[in-house]
Design a protein around this ligand. Structure first.
Ligand SMILES: Cc1ncc(COP(=O)(O)O)c(C=O)c1O
Length: 360
């Protein structure tokens, strides 16, 4: 048994979870053990939904493991990485006792899941430097130690900050907190970045977990396929805490099709387009008088400070362009986050903002 299981809640370590009809290893050709209908729904043209799905569709699990460079046993598929975040917080944090550390401004679900579990939130703000928003590694380690953190969420590339965290910094946190906390590296945007995945740290640090998703670069947000990659024993525990049949058959079928070699080839081309557009839009926006600062980004969005963010938001909206208002987030009172679209859509952003420029 691996040491990381010591981080799981005592009361859940031996928990068997729900024993579903699909999990029993039985053979037969007439299945009358799950109270399913004997006939397909007339709307179910493929007749793929009459029976409950495999809780962890094996073909998809293997495909994802191949994609992310881990074994199938180290990987759990969930309903987006959102579910993975929630599962980790529930399985590791004793309500009212343990803490979750994250680094604002950052993706909001770490805080939401901590709140739902009544886990203490430890916030270590990112530092706004010349390079961009970066984590304060020493303060993260010290705060996690003092505050009883069971989970440390590192978002790389960070949403909305945009920058990747160098692997040696992730390793420094994992090394310092071994035996105390699981370091969860959220790599939702990793396909757009150059930094290697923290999956490579798993062999040496059983207190590292990595989150990946098909929602961003793979264009399957509505299929809700996210994964957590971690120590195989921890994955078994998380599976027992998960809903009985989390992955709908149409979603796993679509995900497999979306990861075929021809689909992956197209996806890689689109990632290259996003990266080129990221440079083009960043450069173009930086030259605008209405823009105070455009942050460097390793992801598929740009974080932009405006002289008048309200005017920029409303101007874009009037032109039919909806961007993410970040002004309520700490340190971002004048910022909007703009997802990179097609080159034509990005031109619409630039055109719309032209109306904010002073007359020549
Ligand atoms: C950093 C980060 N993690 C996770 C998610 C959730 O992704 P999923 O669709 O896999 O639940 C998002 C979505 O915006 C995100 O920005």
């Amino acid at each position: 048994m691996s040491g990381v299981l010591d981080l799981v809640r005592d009361d859940l370590r031996g928990f068997a979870g729900y024993s579903s009809a699909r999990s029993a290893k039985l053979e037969g050709d007439i299945w009358l053990n799950a109270n399913e209908s004997a006939w397909a729904n007339p709307g179910d043209v493929q007749a793929s939904c009459r029976r409950y799905p495999d809780p962890q569709p094996q073909a998809l699990r293997e495909r994802l493991a191949g994609l992310y460079g881990c074994s199938a046993e180290q990987l759990l598929i969930g309903r987006g990485s959102d579910e993975a975040i929630d599962l980790l917080v529930r399985a590791l944090c004793v309500p009212g006792r343990d803490a979750v550390l994250y680094t604002p401004p950052v993706f909001g679900m770490y805080a939401v899941s901590a709140r739902l579990q009544n886990a203490t939130a430890l916030e270590v703000p990112l530092r706004d430097t010349n390079a961009g928003f970066v984590p304060d590694i020493d303060t993260i380690i010290a705060t996690a130690r003092q505050g009883n953190a069971k989970l440390v969420f590192l978002c790389s590339p960070s949403n909305p900050g945009g920058l990747s965290i160098p692997l040696q910094e992730v390793e420094a946190v994992a090394s310092a907190l071994r035996g105390q906390a699981l370091v969860v590296v959220d790599e939702a945007y990793a396909e757009f970045a150059d930094e290697p995945s923290a999956v490579s740290l798993l062999a040496r640090y059983d207190n590292v977990a990595v989150l990946r998703t098909l929602s961003k670069a793979h264009a399957l947000a509505a299929a809700r396929i996210g994964t957590v990659i971690a120590d195989a024993d921890l994955i078994t525990v998380l599976r027992r805490c998960q809903a009985p049949y989390p992955i709908p058959t149409p979603c796993s079928t679509l995900a497999l099709e979306g990861l075929s070699s021809s689909a992956l080839e197209l996806t890689h081309g689109r990632i290259a387009t996003v990266r080129a557009e990221r440079d083009r839009l960043r450069f173009a926006l930086a030259s605008r008088a209405c823009v105070r600062h455009v942050y460097a980004s390793d992801a598929n969005f740009l974080l932009v400070r405006f002289v008048n963010a309200e005017a920029a938001f409303q101007t874009l909206l009037a032109a039919g362009v909806v961007v993410r208002d970040q002004r309520a987030a700490p340190q971002l009172q004048d910022a909007l986050r703009i997802t990179l679209g097609t080159p034509e859509q990005n031109d619409r952003v630039l055109d719309a903002l032209t109306t904010l420029e002073p007359a020549a």
